[in-house]
Each structure stands twice: as structure tokens, then as C-alpha cells.
Design a binder for this molecule. Structure first.
Ligand code: AMP
Length: 277
């Protein structure tokens, strides 16, 4: 197992399978690394660990974001990764920390989703992911559906910039009771954790309703235990645009939630089926 901080120390400089993370690895990340190893076919599996300052706004949890590099290295090795790449902020942003990315993919700006609450966020994601792609030059990169809008943003960015990198997605890994694994779950007390379970309850409650209005109301009802709901909406899964209240059966639907539970802002999402879809 190699831990490298310099790009020129990567064992093969191009063509690997990259799994970008902010560290504090859990079973969700493990699933991504295992998937990367399964498709690698001899290519190195590079897990990047970089707590990206550009995707945090002032006052967010950058300073207290959990860090556990030794454990991350052991987990990467156990999951079949071959290299942990931990670039410094200077390596990632040699000309200083930029505050915007252009051209920002359109799917990053969908009304009512992340951009409405964390306008800096996808600029930061694109800055970091683009730089990691340039440094590591992977042939494929693996992302989780847990961050569904992010997955679509990265896909659109790769398309816009005509980068020859396959973007592979892995379904969300959940605790036995349905809570989506997240590095931020460790901020939760026991009672906050049980409130956090309402995100999963809300995603399930959206199913089987006749209209989008009914399904979104069912989600809001389930979300009563959380401190604040940033959004709980159903969108076209391909574009994240709003859909008709009674969408055509052929339109794939995705429910997306962001909510504050105690000190943690949690996000989750899931496929939804209405009665006619
Ligand atoms: P993060 O370290 O939280 O920035 O996440 C790094 C990668 O792991 C992203 O592609 C996430 O979507 C993915 N990820 C995080 N949590 C999960 C999960 N519970 N299941 C699947 N993938 C996840």
C-alpha cells in the first residue's frame, strides 16, 4: 500500500481508476473502492483523500471535518485500493484558492437544490475534481449516488470539457436501519440520529402517490423530526428539472432531500415511483 502526497510519486502516472474522497472513510467509500478494484483490470486504484476547502463556506464545518488518515489507508488497502493520494492545498491550488469554476455545469444550478442553499458548493466540487483529474489522469472515476446532484455535475463537467474519463456510479450504502452512511453522521447524538432516520422514511413515503404534490407533502410530513428542511423534492432523475404534477410514466423520478439535524446537514436521495410510473 502506497501513500503519496506528490503526483509524480504515483506508481503509474495515467490511466488508473480514481475514487475521490474527503477521507473519514466508511462503508460507503469502501463500496466505491471495491467497485473500482472490480473494474480495474490491472489498472491502479487510486483513492484521493483531500478535504477540499473550496466546497465549504465560511462558518461551515471545514475545521471540524473528521480526519483519520491512518484508518483511511488501512480501509483502502482492505477494500482493494492500491494507492492513497493525499495532495496538499498547495498542490491542489498552486495559484491560491479560487472561488469559482467556469463553465459551471447547468445541472449545478437547478432551482431549489444545492445551489439555493450552498451556492459555493459545486464551484468547489468542480475545482477539486477537475484538478484531481488533471493531476491523476485517470481513465475512470467512481462516485456515489449518495451525492446524486454531484454525480450529475461531474458527468456534465467531463462532457463539457471533453475529458476522456468514464464516470462510474455506485448505489448508496445504508446502515441496517436505512440511514445513508456519511462522514457527518458522527456529529449526531443518539436522539439526533433517530431524527436523521426520517430522511429515509421520507424517501420511502414518496412512493405510490398519485401526484408530485402528494409525494412531496408525504416527504415533508415524515421530515417533522428534523430541525430544518432545505429541500424535499421530486425531480426528473436525468436533468434534476421539475416535472409535471402527473408526469408521464416514462419520466424517471428521483426524490432528493437536504435537511439540518442538530449540527449536521444531511442529504439523501432515492428513485421514486408514483402510482402511474
Ligand atoms: P465524501 O468523502 O463524502 O466527499 O464522498 C466521497 C465519495 O463517496 C462521493 O462520491 C460520495 O458520493 C461517496 N459516498 C459517500 N457516502 C456514500 C454512501 N453512503 N454510499 C455510497 N457512496 C457514498
Amino acid at each position: 500500500m502506497q501513500v503519496v502526497t506528490q503526483v509524480d510519486a504515483l506508481p503509474v502516472h495515467a490511466g488508473g481508476v480514481l475514487v475521490p474522497t474527503m477521507g473519514a472513510l466508511h462503508a460507503g467509500h469502501t463500496a466505491l473502492i471495491q467497485h473500482a478494484a472490480a473494474i480495474a483490470d490491472g489498472r491502479p486504484v487510486i483513492v484521493s483523500v483531500f478535504v477540499n476547502p473550496t466546497q465549504f463556506a465560511p462558518g461551515e464545518d471545514l475545521d471540524r471535518y473528521p480526519r483519520s488518515l491512518e484508518r483511511d489507508v488501512a480501509m483502502t488497502e482492505a477494500a482493494g485500493g492500491t494507492v492513497v493520494f493525499t495532495p496538499s492545498v498547495k498542490t491542489m491550488y498552486p495559484d491560491g484558492i479560487p472561488d469559482r469554476f467556469a463553465p459551471l455545469p447547468k445541472v449545478a444550478r437547478r432551482p431549489g437544490l444545492e445551489d439555493a442553499h450552498r451556492p459555493h458548493f459545486f464551484h468547489g466540487v468542480c475545482l477539486a475534481v477537475k484538478r484531481l483529474f488533471d493531476l491523476v489522469q485517470p481513465s475512470a472515476a467512481v462516485f456515489g449516488e449518495k451525492d446524486y446532484q454531484q454525480l450529475l455535475v461531474v458527468r456534465e463537467m467531463v462532457h463539457l470539457l471533453a475529458m476522456n474519463i468514464e464516470i462510474v456510479s455506485v448505489p448508496t450504502v445504508r446502515e441496517d436501519d436505512g440511514l445513508a452512511m456519511s462522514s457527518r453522521n458522527r456529529y449526531l447524538s443518539t436522539s439526533e440520529r433517530s431524527s436523521a432516520l426520517s430522511l429515509w422514511a421520507a424517501l420511502r413515503a414518496a412512493n405510490g402517490k398519485a401526484t408530485i404534490t402528494e409525494a412531496e407533502q408525504a416527504m415533508m410530513d415524515e421530515l417533522a423530526p428534523v430541525d430544518a428542511v432545505d429541500y424535499a423534492v421530486i425531480r426528473d432523475a436525468r436533468t434534476l428539472l421539475p416535472v409535471d404534477d402527473e408526469p408521464e410514466p416514462s419520466v424517471p423520478l428521483r426524490a432528493l432531500i437536504a435537511a439540518q439535524v442538530g449540527p449536521a446537514r444531511l442529504i439523501d436521495n432515492q428513485v421514486v415511483r408514483l402510482t402511474n410510473t
